[in-house]
Design a protein around this ligand. Structure first.
Ligand SMILES: *Cc1c(COP(=O)(O)O)cnc(C)c1O
Length: 440
């Protein structure tokens, strides 16, 4: 990429600015047509417009000061109250954050600070199944908590015996996912919570992905195990409003079982010449738009709306899973029953299949360890099930007959996956990031 252009001496007109931006997005992922299987949670144009209007209306307001903007404070506390009820937390309370990563960072920091203050742990560790989201590795890295990554069982869920064996007197936090992003399976939350409770350790449930889907799936009659504060021993939980909550980007919640636990999240500083500073989470300035849009979408959809969307998502995912499993050579990883899942192959080069699908306009995430393709299903995908499966069937048959796949990223993924030392792959990716962000 070339160096970024300089600030022009004269401004452009409103029309010109927008026209240029629309031109620049022509190569963006075609999520509105249901062609992308990650990144965008599309519940339809009506929901998007509610979020968009609420967002722009409160775009300038700043959630850093609840005193200046009682509206935002009210939106936030109502969003948290709705979430606490949804997740069976009678005494639960928390904060809205900018996303799942910030929610997780906060939960890890809170557990770390609690462990130091209440248990005298100065070299904290966190024990987690290897399938948890990388935000936990990031949190460990940022906050000086040693990550103990425990291999998952053959069903891709936390291995209880291995988790138990990994806990020691320095353990500040145990983590489980409901569900995990890579394979879409729910860890044994009740067992993990009981283990954490027995050891007197914090237990965080990462429901970033499933938080706003599971409660509705359960009401629809799906067999969903208890995964929230209904389970004794769960001390904190994260759930993303900007995923299956269908809010605008920049909205998630982190909840703690009691306000006393949340206290360890907050930050205050009174020694500043700028006045008393108090901030609930990582961010300083907190965008009012994201808070307002989350409230607006929860109110707009209501329970009926979320049930309707959950039904569409789960029905669509089921047809896709069955369709994929019926294609010769393809198999699902684990036993996913929700809205995200991965599939692999013992006979076909799965990355070549990804490239072949990409050439037909489908963007599927590639996974490693084990190599697989990944789907995250949203309501908008209901309309593309048949064309998607038809293309997948055709691409798999072509590959099986020995036809080469079109050029794509298969070689790169094959190479990265084959490197014996993950550190080598990380060096390669750092270089790639430098080039993407224009600073080679
Ligand atoms: C998306 C996700 C996260 C991280 O959320 P961001 O909003 O991308 O920061 C964490 N955990 C799981 C299971 C997720 O799916």
């Amino acid at each position: 990429m070339s160096k970024s252009p300089r600030l022009s001496s004269q401004g452009l007109s409103h029309q010109d600015v927008l026209a240029r931006m629309r031109e620049m997005r022509t190569e963006d992922a075609h999520w509105k047509e249901g062609r992308t299987w990650s990144l965008v949670y599309n519940a339809g144009e009506d929901v998007r417009r509610v979020a968009a209007e609420a967002y722009t209306e409160f775009m300038s307001e700043n959630g850093l000061s609840p005193l200046a903007f009682p509206s935002l404070r009210r939106f936030e506390s109502e969003v948290l109250a709705i979430a606490a009820e949804l997740f069976h937390g009678d005494t639960a309370t928390g904060t809205m954050t900018s996303g799942g990563t910030e929610s997780i960072l906060m939960a890890v920091k809170t557990a770390r600070d609690f462990a130091l203050a209440e248990r005298g742990i100065s070299e904290p560790e966190m024990v987690m199944p290897a399938s948890v989201h990388p935000a936990f590795q990031k949190a460990a890295h940022y906050f000086g908590v040693k990550p103990i990554n425990v291999p998952v069982g053959p069903d891709f869920r936390a291995d209880m015996a291995a988790m138990r064996a990994a806990i020691n007197p320095r353990t500040a936090l145990v983590v489980g996912s409901a569900p995990s992003y890579p394979q879409g399976v729910i860890d044994p939350i009740s067992e993990l919570a009981a283990l954490a409770q027995e050891k007197g350790v914090f237990f965080h449930v990462d429901a970033c992905l499933g938080g706003f889907l599971l409660p509705f799936a359960k009401r629809l009659g799906y067999d969903i195990p208890d995964f929230d504060f209904a389970v004794p021993g769960v001390t904190s939980l994260s759930a993303d409003l900007h995923k299956y909550g269908y809010a605008a980007k920049g909205a998630s919640i982190v909840l703690y079982r009691t306000p006393e636990l949340r206290r360890y999240q907050f930050f205050t500083y009174t020694g500043w010449s700028g006045g008393i500073y108090a901030s609930p989470s990582m961010a300083g300035t907190r965008p009012g738009g994201a808070i307002a849009a989350a409230w607006a979408v929860l109110k707009y959809l209501g329970e009926e709306g979320y049930l309707r969307l959950a039904r569409t998502v789960l029905d669509t995912a089921k047809v896709l899973r069955e369709g994929i499993a019926a294609i010769p050579g393809l198999e699902l990883l684990g036993k996913p029953s929700l809205s995200v899942f991965a599939f692999s192959s013992k006979t076909l080069d799965i990355y070549a299949l990804g490239d072949a699908m990409e050439a037909r306009g489908w963007k599927l995430d590639r996974q490693m360890r084990p190599p697989a393709l990944h789907l995250m299903v949203t309501p908008a995908h209901a309309a593309v099930v048949e064309p998607f499966l038809a293309d997948l069937r055709a691409c798999a048959a072509h590959l099986a007959s020995g036809e080469p796949a079109p050029d794509g990223s298969a070689a790169m993924y094959g190479m990265l996956g084959a490197l014996p030392d993950p550190k080598e792959a990380e060096g390669f990716i750092l270089q790639f990031m430098d080039s993407l962000y224009g600073n080679e």
